[in-house]
Each structure stands twice: as C-alpha cells, then as structure tokens.
Design a protein around this ligand. Sequence first.
Ligand code: SF4
Ligand code: SF4
Length: 209
Amino acid sequence: MRIVRPVVRSFTRPHVKRASAWVRAGGHAVVWIASRKARLVFPKPRVGDEHDLGWWSVLDLGKSEYLLPETGTFAGLGMLVVPHDCYTIVRDRAARDSIHEGPTRAIDLDCLECGACCRANRVELEPQDLERFAQAGRSELARPPYARRDNGSVVLVLRRDRNCKHLHDDNKCGIYPIRPDACSTFPAGSECCLSSREEELGILDGAIP
Ligand code: SF4
Ligand code: SF4
C-alpha cells in the first residue's frame, strides 16, 4: 500500500511562520522555543480516524492529549509540549527526514511481507478481542501459553526470540482474520511503524528506496 507520511523538520523560534506553513502543507514540525523547550506541531488529527498519523505521533511520545491553539501562528493545528525525555526521539526524526525536501513523502509498505511490528511488541488484548476469539472457537488464545497477565492487562506472549507467538517464519500472522484490534489498527507509516522497521529490519527511512 502507498502511504503519504509527514516529513519531520526542526525549526527555531524566529522561523515559526515557516514551521506553520510546513505543517499546513502536511509535514510535522519540531519547534524549539529554547534549547530545552520544544513543541511538536502537526495537522489537527481527524477525530475517529484510528490511522491518523498526527495522532499517532502524539501516542508515540507517550501522550494521549494535545493542544489545539485557536489563535496565533499555529491556530487550527495540533500541538504537543515535547517531554524532556523525548528530545532525542524528535531530533532523530528530524535528522532521519533531513534528506527529504518537501513536507510529505510517499512510501510503499507491504505489511504482509514486513511483520516488523510483530516483533518485540507489547500487544494488549481488549474485551472485544476476547469476544472475537470466543466467537471463532479460539478462546484459548486469551490464556497461556498464548497470552498472559501483565500489570492488570492481558497481553500476547512473545517467543524467546521476542517475536509474537503467532508470527510464522514467512512473516504471516497465524491468526490474521481474528488478530487483536491493537494489530489491525496499528498504523502503517506512523512513527511507531517506522521505528519498528528501523529496529527490526534496519530500514532507516520507512521504506526501501
Ligand atoms: S511495521 Fe509497519 S509496514 Fe511493517 S507490518 Fe507493521 S504496520 Fe505494516
Ligand atoms: S497477533 Fe498477528 S498481527 Fe498481532 S503481533 Fe502477533 S503476529 Fe503480529
């Protein structure tokens, strides 16, 4: 599938208008108000769209809320105060994307060939997943050895090699038609997808050129 993803660019305070134009053209901006004060600015997420890449950039920084300024240079855009422990992450995103000229970039991804996010990932099962397993006659998928309790949640078990127990050698998911919502809604082209591909497959820019 072809995904158009935002290109991340860093801006300093004197260049906030350029940052705003960059985001209004589809990119994401890391705006450095001071050397230890940064904002992530992104197009306003589409409510109800589980695959919105701006929303996933927020989640990927460990947050679930963001600002929507009504006035000023960034009016109408999404904005997040970048946590101090995420400075390296946003700097790395901007460094990765510094080779791209425009605010967006089209990449081709094939989840069935990739499987990177099925490795070393924590997949929590939700009540609707348990219901789906039961309806398919696979209630055992919610119990050991396939799932375990962790901090009050039920999570899929990983194998010793840190791959999901359901991931086959050919990268295919063994329970694909009834896979958990966390898997079916995992957004291709998001920062979490790109970092999975970088860590597991050594592909730095999201897609093979
Ligand atoms: S890492 Fe991205 S491309 Fe790979 S399977 Fe997951 S969502 Fe698809
Ligand atoms: S259940 Fe399937 S899609 Fe989800 S992590 Fe495991 S192998 Fe991947």
